[in-house]
Design a protein around this ligand. Structure first.
Ligand SMILES: NC(=O)c1ccc[n+]([C@@H]2O[C@H](COP(=O)([O-])OP(=O)(O)OC[C@H]3O[C@@H](n4cnc5c(N)ncnc54)[C@H](O)[C@@H]3O)[C@@H](O)[C@H]2O)c1
Length: 313
């Protein structure tokens, strides 16, 4: 199997996402070419990258003396063709507009070697269906979360023709940079997190439109509950703690049946209380499982209070 070496990365689009993506790769020693059609955006990107690196140094995450080297590894330009020479990978972070992305892939296809990896940072467009690149086995999605230099998750999504070796290489690279890639089986609009977030947004709009709560009340309520629990138990395991029998009853009271829950309840997989639910707790008692959970929750609550997180920034 051919070893894929990734040393030089072209980040296309230097906006909210592109500048952070460029920064994190430069921090990890990659040679980065940050390309934008708008010079003013590149200037802004440089300013934001400098600010971010200064915060990282102040917080002891990086050494201050590394900042110059990191910035030196990012070449900023509006000359796409020149920047595309000798690159191993492109990460595309241009606006979420199909027509813009389509034109960008047509151009990249023309100017890049056929083995250059193309990764789209799309929030959920099916780039695979319209990119039209000559060698689609090198096209995949790497969906970073803002600020890309900090948030660990990258949703990695292969397209129908992506070479698994390329997906694995990209995943390993991200892991080596301290990222937490989650690889989807295949494309689904909005991937995982934005799909969930879209439902949250719809509920928030409903509450605000009806005047049921203020923005401050909503954020305080969410931060002081889900904000504590989600980092520890996520959105699925939390149901194991609720009890899948209760989740099932709630769904039924709304006139819905979820076979994925109903089947587990019929099989006495009620969650933590029966030591099996979505997760298998390997015979551990409810008391034991709750003890671990509570230790984590206490640490989380203590930390959130230390930084006064329940108040708005
Ligand atoms: N903003 C977020 O929180 C977020 C999170 C995850 C993914 N995304 C996705 O990342 C992509 C970029 O989003 P963003 O928020 O960074 O957008 P943005 O508008 O902040 O930045 C886009 C940049 O692309 C540049 N650009 C436009 N056309 C170009 C071209 N042909 N060639 C080179 N540069 C070009 C613009 O000048 C701009 O600087 C989108 O697909 C978006 O859905 C955004």
């Amino acid at each position: 199997m051919k070893i894929i070496k990734i040393n030089t990365i072209l980040v296309l689009g230097s906006g909210v996402m592109g500048h952070g993506i460029a920064q994190i790769f430069a921090q990890h020693g990659y040679s980065v070419r940050l390309v934008d059609t708008d010079k003013a955006m590149l200037d802004r990107a440089l300013d934001l990258i400098k600010g971010s690196l200064e915060v990282l140094a102040e917080e002891g995450v990086i050494e201050e003396k590394s900042i110059t080297g990191t910035i030196g590894r990012i070449e900023m330009t509006t000359d796409l063709e020149g920047a595309a020479k000798g690159i191993d990978m492109v990460i595309e972070a241009v606006p979420e507009v199909e027509d813009i992305k389509k034109k960008v892939y047509a151009r990249l296809n023309d100017i890049c070697d056929s083995d250059v990896i193309f990764a789209t940072n799309t929030s959920g467009l099916d780039v695979f269906s319209f990119a039209g690149v000559s060698n689609p086995s090198r096209l995949l999605a790497t969906h970073f979360f803002a600020p890309a230099q900090l948030i660990p998750l990258v949703e990695v999504c292969p397209g129908p023709e992506t070479d698994p070796h390329i997906t694995n290489t990209v995943v390993t690279m991200l892991q080596n940079m301290g990222k937490e890639p989650v690889v989807l089986k295949g494309f689904v609009p909005s991937f995982i997190v934005n799909r969930i977030q879209n439902y949250i947004a719809m509920s928030v709009f409903e509450i605000l439109n009806n005047g049921w709560a203020t923005p401050e009340q909503i954020d305080r309520a969410v931060k002081a509950s889900l904000g504590v629990r989600l980092p520890i138990v996520g959105v699925v395991q939390t149901m194991d703690f609720t009890g899948l029998d209760l989740v099932n009853d709630i769904m039924k009271s709304k006139g819905m049946t979820m076979p994925i829950i109903d089947d587990k309840v019929k099989d006495n997989r009620l969650g933590v209380k029966t030591s099996r639910g979505f997760y298998d707790y390997k015979g551990k008692s409810e008391k034991e499982i709750c003890k671990t959970r509570d230790q984590y929750y206490l640490k989380m609550i203590g930390h959130l209070r230390t930084i006064d997180a329940f108040k708005p920034i």
